[in-house]
Design a protein around this ligand. Structure first.
Ligand SMILES: Cc1ncc(COP(=O)(O)O)c(C=O)c1O
Length: 313
């Protein structure tokens, strides 16, 4: 086997594990409600971001944008960085991740363990600092390839054609509401479009941290729901078919995340708890027979050093 055939068959194994994640009903006894949760934790790097990493890199390869000496450079708060590091490594590319110095130690360790280069920047929480740095690197070095998760339309298109289409196949009847948080907005815009096209009456709702409800016109301030709401309304969200937003407090998100750990055996991150709180709230408004779908976005292992694991005994 020559090297490129070897790399191809090696990467195909991991690429085949991405997507087609299970969608399970979660029965909440106290609330007497059922929420349908698409479990993105089953992707190989443990988060929904494997989908973007796969589609952007496979598309770039097909269009001849990636060369053997290419360097994949992206600014990420964690999950995209981990996904690009994992898939980039199996495809045989160098990966460089720019991450805020405030990112958790376990995220840094996973990225380095996957062989990627990690550059930490002081930003005072501002994402734009890392995005500007990645653009400067691309301007200076022709080997740099930028996936541009925040602007790349392939992000939302992939969720429309795959995540959204999978939800429609997995839910046998009509969907009354779909709710999830947003980072780039790709998931909400893509799944929202797919669901709205099939079920025009379905409500497409954004989960927002209450401490930073930008869509609700409020000012940014700190929240503890990592992976979502980076302090600005992302361009990909502009043409999302949104019907409203649910504001969830960090404390509510953490309490529900711990409930998912202990009652359901689902070891997930804080945004998954926030999505479930938002979904339960919608189901309460729409009535006990309503079908409300949400996403479980990432695994708990990348939150060990965060307040999520300072749980009351
Ligand atoms: C941890 C995490 N990552 C990613 C996403 C979705 O991100 P995006 O808007 O970039 O598609 C979510 C959505 O809730 C999330 O909770």
């Amino acid at each position: 086997m020559n090297r490129s055939t070897l790399v191809r068959s090696r990467s195909e194994a991991v690429l085949s594990l991405i997507g087609n994640t299970p969608l399970v009903p979660l029965h909440f006894e106290a609330e007497r409600l059922t929420i349908y949760a698409k479990c993105e934790i089953f992707n190989p790097s443990g988060s929904i971001k494997d989908r973007f990493a796969k589609c952007v890199l496979v598309d770039a390869e097909q269009r001849g944008l990636l060369k053997p000496d290419s360097i994949i450079v992206e600014c990420s708060s964690g999950n995209t960085g981990i996904a690009l590091s994992l898939i980039g490594a199996t495809l045989g590319y160098q990966v460089r991740i720019l991450m805020s110095a405030s990112a958790s130690e376990e995220r840094r360790k996973i990225i380095r363990q996957l062989g990627a280069e990690l550059i930490l920047f002081e930003s005072g929480g501002k994402y734009q600092t890392g995005i500007d740095m990645s653009r400067e690197m691309a301007a200076k070095d022709p080997r740099v390839f930028l996936p541009r998760q925040f602007e790349n339309s392939i992000n939302a298109e992939d969720h429309e054609h795959f995540t959204g289409a999978e939800i429609l196949r997995q839910m046998l009847g009509p969907i009354d509401a779909f709710v999830t948080g947003f980072g780039t907005g790709g998931t909400l815009a893509g799944c929202g479009k797919a669901i709205k096209r099939r079920w025009p009456d379905a409500k497409i709702i954004a989960m927002e941290p209450a401490e930073q409800a930008l869509l609700a016109g409020e000012c940014p301030c700190c929240h503890l729901i990592e992976g979502v709401a980076d302090g600005f309304i992302p361009p990909l969200l502009r043409d999302a078919p949104l019907d409203g937003e649910e504001k969830i407090k960090s404390a509510e998100a953490m309490a529900m995340t711990r409930r998912l750990h202990r009652e359901f055996g689902l070891l997930v991150g804080t945004s998954s708890g926030a999505n479930i709180v938002a979904a339960l709230r919608l189901a309460q408004k729409l009535g006990p027979r309503a079908t409300v779908v949400t996403l479980i976005c990432d695994r708990a292992e990348r939150y060990f050093s965060t307040p999520l694991f300072d749980a009351p005994k």
